[in-house]
Design a protein around this ligand. Structure first.
Ligand SMILES: NC(=O)c1ccc[n+]([C@@H]2O[C@H](COP(=O)([O-])OP(=O)(O)OC[C@H]3O[C@@H](n4cnc5c(N)ncnc54)[C@H](O)[C@@H]3O)[C@@H](O)[C@H]2O)c1
Length: 266
């Protein structure tokens, strides 16, 4: 039997944006599935959701592991009444520094989690999204997918990957009634950016909170009539990301490069 309550499956839910998003969806009546490597963080998330009267299912998940993804998604959809309204591919890591000075293995790990992890989530969740009317897959891209970012070259490239797979699947999965969208925040105050110091963190600051992104994700999954009509796929979060995204769309390549060079002090 299908449940009346909507459900959301969130990767990287123990901390930061994923955690704020899990709590926000719980407050809005969703059955929440929160998955992460950090089981201590997940336990406290589950307790907090129960305290506010919500329902949470949590469990260990490494997004790079296809078997574990299949297991956790299957369990969650079963427990949530055979529906998957929202999938949020949020888990990610960021390594900042000069590309050639960083370990190659670290670059590969970033690709495994940020790019392959998203493919794993999308591919495994597809049958559940297809069986749920008006379902949405949300991928965490970043403002670093607007133009390649100095000192974040590999991270930024993984977010271009997320941008590409989102645009393509939005087209492909339209026939099944599945929306596929990407969130594009600029820097957010989470553990991810705690010790990050680059030219752009200096020039632009780290202004957004995890709650800002959580609110934007919830709003993006329940679009206004206008957004639905124009079929919005990318959702920049915060005024800086909106200005940079709009600027890059309308300015010539040389000007976009110059702006990014100046912002990165490179
Ligand atoms: N913080 C920012 O400035 C910012 C800006 C734009 C986009 N984003 C994106 O938002 C997402 C969340 O970032 P955040 O700032 O909340 O980071 P965070 O470091 O605060 O939290 C990330 C969570 O993902 C989990 N995680 C890491 N590797 C995992 C794996 N292999 N499998 C499952 N879980 C794993 C971590 O344990 C952690 O709980 C990421 O995709 C990130 O790239 C962040």
């Amino acid at each position: 039997m299908t449940s009346h309550r909507r459900s959301v499956f969130i990767t990287g839910a123990a901390a930061g944006i994923g955690r704020a998003t899990a709590l926000t969806f719980a407050r809005n009546g969703f059955v929440v599935g929160g998955y992460d490597l950090d089981e201590v963080g997940l336990k406290s998330l589950s307790d907090e959701i129960e305290q506010i009267g919500g329902t949470a299912h949590v469990g260990h998940l490494d997004v790079t592991d296809p078997d574990e993804m299949a297991q956790r998604l299957g369990e969650f959809v079963g427990a949530a009444g055979n529906r998957l309204d929202v999938l949020i591919n949020n888990a990610g890591i960021l390594r900042a520094g000069r590309f050639e000075e960083m370990e190659l293995g670290g670059h590969f790990k970033e690709i495994d989690i940020n790019a392959k992890g998203v493919v794993n989530g999308l591919h495994t969740a597809f049958p559940y999204l297809r069986q749920t009317p008006n379902s949405v897959a949300v991928n965490l891209a970043s403002a670093s997918a607007i133009y390649g970012q100095a000192e974040l070259a590999n991270y930024s490239a993984t977010k271009f990957f997320v941008r590409g797979v989102t645009e393509a699947l939005d087209l492909e999965w339209n026939r099944y009634g599945i929306r596929v969208i990407a969130m594009w925040p600029l820097y957010v105050q989470t553990a991810m950016t705690d010790s990050v110091k680059t030219g752009t963190t200096d020039s632009l600051g780290i202004r957004l909170t995890a709650q800002d992104i959580a609110d934007a994700i919830l709003a993006a999954t329940e679009p206004s009539r206008l957004r639905r009509a124009i079929h919005q796929v990318h959702f920049p979060v915060g005024s800086q990301a909106k200005v940079l995204a709009t600027g890059a769309r309308f300015s010539p390549g040389w000007l976009t490069r110059l702006v990014n060079k100046r912002l990165a002090h490179s």
